[in-house]
Design a protein around this ligand. Structure first.
Ligand code: GTP
Ligand code: MG
Length: 212
């Protein structure tokens, strides 16, 4: 399967990799999606992070079980007016992080709707992670981790609380996702991207087997 990305920021930058996968981050506006990616990619945090317009892209290389993964990170906009665009971004996503803000119960309810929608419309093998972000603001907590844990267990996804501000569990979240990515699935066919997409360019020769 050849996965084509139109954004110039998706180019390999000359780096080689064994596998390419697309990861989507989704959830209400202000929950910290862009901040999680900024922490993961650049190890930075911005108190005045601007709200995303449409969708942003970032790339990050990761190592998992001796393989080099190129992660194409799709940072979707949480604002209501962009919601109709979301299904366009599901296509070909191997993983999705659904984010809520632990200080805002509504964002947790909305996160559950996103999970349902991803399970209905996304790639059937998609790895879904639920992230309760802003764990540094525990004095303002409105969502108990036990609630999110129970919900996640019941729905076959995995859950972690994160803080983009303090970096707590941000790398761990991505490492956990990388570990859960399915091996190259035999049922994967051209035109039905999903799972890990083998790199078609670069020096790495595609190997059978899968990365994780
Ligand atoms: P949209 O792009 O509008 O969908 O929002 P977003 O989900 O990308 O949120 P964004 O990363 O822009 O963060 C919103 C605000 O929350 C910003 O002011 C961030 O600085 C702040 N923020 C993000 N993550 C954390 C966190 O872990 N802790 C705290 N205290 N603040 C955070
Ligand atoms: Mg954003």
């Amino acid at each position: 399967t050849l996965c084509l990305f139109v954004s110039p920021s998706m180019e390999g930058g000359g780096q080689t990799y064994d596998h390419l996968f697309k990861l989507l981050i989704i959830g209400d506006s202000g929950v910290g999606k862009s901040s999680i990616l900024l922490r993961f990619c650049d190890d930075e945090f911005n108190d005045k992070q601007a709200s995303t317009i449409g969708v942003d892209f970032k790339t990050k290389f990761m190592q998992a079980r001796g393989k080099k993964l190129k992660c194409a990170l799709w940072d979707t906009a949480g604002q209501e007016r962009y919601h109709s665009l979301a299904p366009m971004y599901y296509r070909g996503a191997a993983a999705a992080i659904v984010v809520y803000d632990i200080t805002n119960r509504d964002t947790f309810q909305r996160a559950k709707q996103w999970v349902k929608e991803l399970q209905r419309q996304g790639n059937p093998n998609i790895v879904i992670a639920l992230a309760g972000n802003k764990s540094d603001l525990s004095s303002k907590r409105k969502v108990e981790p036990e609630d999110a844990e129970t919900y996640s267990n019941d729905n076959g996804i995995f859950f972690m609380e994160t803080s983009a501000k303090t970096a707590t569990n941000v790398n761990e979240l991505f490492v956990a996702i990388a570990r859960k990515l399915p091996k190259n699935t035999p049922q994967q066919r051209p035109g039905q991207p999903g799972g890990i997409v083998l790199a078609q360019n670069d020096a790495a020769s595609p190997k059978k087997g899968g990365c994780c």
